[in-house]
Design a protein around this ligand. Sequence first.
Ligand code: ADP
Ligand code: MG
Length: 478
Amino acid sequence: MAQPQLANQGIAAASAERLTPTAMLKDQWNMVKELVAADIGANHAKSWINPLDLLGLEGMTLVLGSPNTFAKDWIENHYLDALVKAWKQVNVIIQEVKIVIAEPQVTVANTNSVATAPQIKVVEAFDSFEKDEPGSSYTGAPLDNRFTFENFVVGKPNELAYAAALRVAESSTPQFNPLFLYGGVGLGKTHLMHAIAWKIRQCHPNRKVIYLSAEKFMYQFVRALRYKDMVSFKDQFRAVDVLMIDDVQFISGKDTTQEEFFHTFNALVDKNHQVIVSADKSPSDLENMEERLKSRLGWGLVADIHPTTYELRLGILQAKAAALNTVMPKEVLEFLAFKITSNIRELEGALNRILAHSSLVGRSISLDTTQEVLRDLLRSNDQRLTVEEIQRKVAEYFNIKMSDMVSNRRMQNIARPRQVAMFIAKQLTSKSLPEIGRKFGGRDHTTILHAVRKVQELCADDFDFANDVEILKRSLQT
Ligand code: ADP
Ligand code: MG
């Protein structure tokens, strides 16, 4: 990880505010942003690089302004090298890049940016925020006591979301508002939201926190409408210090609730109260959501949780096994981490099934029993890709007929793609050689084995061919 390079390396430090970028520097900054995006990926660039302000040049150090310390730290640790590289490429004078905290240069109209300190409220127990009759308070959802920061295993795919969540929980004033967490199903969004709520209760017991799902928010909204109780509905939500709404994608489409959510949201943010939302997509990708709400949701920090990696899955399995006080053979954990790639919820489910099975039948856990107990689950993980799909894709790619995948024609421009399809079938499905052979017009398993070896050989010798195979594999895996 790149260490932050700090100021004052033999260069006179000018105050950042006094710098003004020249037109040339501005043009170069646009080029740098493109270079960095190509380097680190458009999404990361959009979240981290685009919000930076170009402040100017201090000697040989290019100075950029970041809206908050969290972003500054993160960029210094992750993207500084990419920034330095790109700047050096477009401007030979520049040797270093420095990031300072600066107010955003363009302020968006309509914000009440004067920070008001959060008021200390009389403690109101989370669960007493409960009601079903008109006239009493509106309810939050109960918190799961397993969903804490301590129980959250951090890895590359979720390190940003974790760091941001922890920062929000520990700070007494909002550092970024809202915090928008997003990622696919079962990757830990709800876990992190609960962890934030637990932590705030512990660090700032006076702050009034409410956590609820978007569905529940809508339900309560509709209820308030029915009981003509809108005033108290509004007051309740607008009186909290921290509002957390889980799965906010469910608010999309429902016009009146969207409207109410938008107003509640604005009211809280304007008063400098923290809002935290989660969703399955980034703000800009939310469907059926009004533009102004989408853009508003993207104002603070948008932190995504990526699909799991093998290392993270293994780490989670080890942590869960340890928490349950069970010893699991290493090969079983590795097998599960390798096979169950969909999400963490399914991974946990698999682990629980194996444990339940072993305690029921009183047998210790082995790789064999694991495969037996999870047969259906493993098959469904495999069935996501069929040999037919592979054949179709490969035929399309090499522009041959689907029927040639099972035919006996031996011309190389047909036989070669067929071998590629056999090779990929072996690599990406868990079918045996004879099973694959049957799918290719009843060929013998030795034919498949021969194809696998041939393709491996060709890949080693022929870069273009290897590239074709790689592209095909990748397109089939997504
Ligand atoms: P989401 O809300 O994104 O659909 P959840 O937060 O409900 O996912 O997570 C699904 C399950 O996986 C939960 O039981 C949660 O505790 C577990 N989980 C997710 N991420 C992690 C993690 N990094 N470490 C430990 N457990 C995790
Ligand atoms: Mg969830």
